[in-house]
Design a protein around this ligand. Structure first.
Ligand code: SAM
Ligand code: SF4
Length: 441
C-alpha cells in the first residue's frame, strides 16, 4: 500500500540533495512525497548544524509534530548533522521520536523504517560506514522534472578548519568512483537535465583514496564534458589551498564549464587564517584569483566569509575588507562566527563581543551590496545566455533562469522555453536578480 513521507530540510545544498536521495530511496519502498505533514505516515527532519542553533530548531519542529504522532501514529525521524552529533540523546529527550539517522545511514532508511513498522522499536543508527556504501545513489526512474541537478561526487572532509563541524558530522573525505558519477550524469541527461552541479565539501581534492581508479577533479570534468544533453557544468565548493593550476586551466579548455567559481576565503587576515587552520594566506589567495582571471577574464567570483572569529581584531577585519576591495566579488555569503561544540576554535578564550560581530557583519554586507550592484550594472545592455528553469515568482508572464555566471534573470516568456538556452538582453539590475528581454533570433 502506498504511504506518504514529509521531509523538512534545513541547511546547505548538501542537505537538500540528501533529501532528494532519501525521497528516491523511499519511492522504492512505496513511500511518496507529500507537502502536507498532516497526511504523512513518516515525517523526517533533515537537520544542519554548520552555523545555526540547530538543536532549537529540531526541538521546535518535533514539538509541532507531537500531536500527529498521538493522533495518527506517524513515524517520526531526525536525520542529518544534528542526528549524527546527538545520537541516542535525541531519543532520550523526545519520547515520541522513532528514529535517529546519521549522515552515512541514508541508504538503509527504508530497512530501518520497515523494522520500526514491524517491531515498534526505536532506532538510532549513527555509525560511520567504512566502505563508502552510503554514497550510492538510486537513479530516478521517471523524469525529475528539472533542468538542473546536483550530483554528489564526494562526502566528508579531511581539512579540520578549526571553526567547522563538518569533518565530525559528515566523516572523513570519501570520493565516489568516477564510473558511478558518469553513469548518474548520463542518466540525468536522458531525463532532460541540462545542467549538473558537482557537489562536495572540497571538490578540488576529488579522487583521493579511490585506489587504482584515482583521477583528479579536472580529469573528472573532462570525462563528464562530452556527455550528450548536458549543456552546462558547475561545481561547489572549492578550497583555495587545493585549487590546482590544472583546474584553473579547465576554464579555458572546457566549453560547458560555466564561468563561475565559489572560493570561500573566510578571512583576509593571515593571523586569523592561521588560527582557522585554512592553509593559505591572503597573498596566496589573491594570487589564485589573478591566475583564474588571467585564464578566464569573465569569471564570476563568489565566496564565504566569517566575521568575529576568536581573536579577530579591528585590523584583522580591515584586512578582510581590503581583500574584498581587491577581488570585487560578484556576491558574498557572510556569517558571524558561532562556536561549534567539539571544534578547536570553540575552546579559544579570546571571544569577540556579539555587538562587535554584528557591527562588522553589517558594515561588510553594506560594502558588498554596493560591489554586487556595481558589478551587475556592468551587464546592462549586454546579451547573456540564460538556461530557463521555469515560471518566475515575479510575474505570471515571466520565466526565470540563470546566466553562465550564475546570476538570476527574469524575463517575459513562454513555458516552452524551459530547458532551453536563450539569449537575453539585461535591461535592469536589482539587489538579487536581473531583468531581461529575450533577443529574437
Ligand atoms: N567546504 C567549504 C569550504 O571549505 O569553504 C565550506 C563548508 S561550510 C558547510 C559553509 C560555510 O559555512 C563555510 O565556508 C563558512 O563560511 C561557514 N561556517 C562554517 N562553520 C562556521 C561557524 N562555526 N561559524 C560561522 N560560519 C561557519
Ligand atoms: Fe569545513 Fe574546512 Fe572542510 Fe570546508 S574545508 S568543510 S570549512 S573543515
Amino acid at each position: 500500500m502506498q504511504k506518504r513521507v514529509y521531509i523538512e530540510t534545513y541547511g546547505c545544498q548538501m542537505n537538500e540533495h540528501d533529501t532528494e536521495r532519501i525521497l528516491r530511496l523511499l519511492e522504492g519502498a512505496d513511500y511518496f512525497e507529500t507537502k502536507d505533514a498532516r497526511e504523512a505516515d513518516f515525517i523526517l527532519i533533515n537537520t544542519c548544524s554548520v552555523r545555526e542553533k540547530p538543536e532549537h530548531k529540531v526541538y521546535s519542529a518535533l514539538g509541532r509534530y507531537k500531536c500527529l504522532k498521538e493522533k495518527r501514529g506517524t513515524v517520526i525521524g531526525v536525520a542529518g548533522c544534528v542526528a549524527q552529533q546527538e545520537g541516542d540523546k535525541l531519543l532520550d529527550r523526545i519520547p515520541y521520536l522513532d528514529m535517529v539517522i546519521g549522515t552515512q545511514a541514508i541508504p538503509i532508511i527504508p530497512q530501518l523504517l520497515q523494522q520500526i513498522e514491524v517491531s515498534g522499536e526505536r532506532i538510532c543508527e549513527t555509525s560511520f560506514d567504512q566502505d563508502g556504501q552510503y554514497l550510492k545513489t538510486v537513479l530516478p526512474e521517471k523524469s525529475i522534472g528539472k533542468v538542473k541537478s546536483f550530483v554528489t561526487i564526494m562526502q566528508g572532509c579531511d581539512h579540520f578548519c578549526s571553526f567547522c563541524i563538518v569533518p565530525y558530522v559528515r566523516g572523513r573525505e570519501k570520493s565516489r568512483p568516477s564510473k558511478e558519477i558518469i553513469e548518474e550524469v548520463r542518466h540525468l541527461a536522458g531525463m532532460g537535465v541540462k545542467e549538473v552541479c558537482l557537489l562536495g565539501q572540497n571538490v578540488n581534492s576529488y579522487g583521493k583514496g579511490l585506489g587504482g581508479e584515482e583521477i583528479s577533479f579536472s580529469e573528472l570534468l573532462e570525462r563528464i564534458h562530452p556527455i550528450e544533453g548536458i549543456e552546462r557544468i558547475r561545481f561547489t565548493t572549492s578550497h583555495p589551498k587545493d585549487l590546482s593550476g590544472e583546474l584553473i586551466h579547465s576554464f579555458s579548455k572546457l566549453k560547458k564549464l560555466c564561468e563561475h567559481m565559489h572560493l570561500p576565503f573566510q578571512s583576509g587576515s593571515n593571523k586569523v587564517l592561521k588560527t582557522m587552520h585554512r592553509g593559505y594566506t591572503k597573498e596566496s589567495y589573491l594570487e589564485k584569483i589573478d591566475r583564474l582571471r588571467e585564464r578566464c577574464p569573465s569569471i564570476a567570483l563568489t565566496a564565504d566569509v566569517i566575521v568575529g572569529f576568536p581573536g579577530e581584531e579591528e585590523e584583522d577585519f580591515r584586512e578582510t575588507l581590503d581583500l574584498m576591495d581587491k577581488v570585487q566579488f560578484d556576491d558574498l555569503f557572510s556569517f558571524k562566527y558561532s562556536p561549534r561544540k567539539g571544534t578547536r576554535a570553540a575552546q579559544i578564550e579570546d571571544k569577540v563581543e556579539e555587538k562587535v560581530k554584528q557591527e562588522r557583519l553589517s558594515l561588510l554586507q553594506e560594502i558588498q551590496k554596493h560591489i554586487t550592484h556595481r558589478k551587475n550594472q556592468v551587464l546592462e545592455g549586454y546579451v547573456e545566455e540564460v538556461l530557463v528553469e521555469g515560471r518566475s515568482k515575479q510575474g505570471a508572464q515571466d520565466v526565470t533562469g540563470r546566466t553562465r555566471s550564475n546570476k538570476i534573470v527574469n524575463f517575459e516568456g513562454d513555458l516552452e522555453l524551459v530547458g532551453k538556452l536563450v539569449p537575453v538582453r539585461i535591461v535592469e539590475v536589482y539587489a538579487h536578480s536581473l531583468r531581461g528581454e529575450i533577443v529574437p533570433n
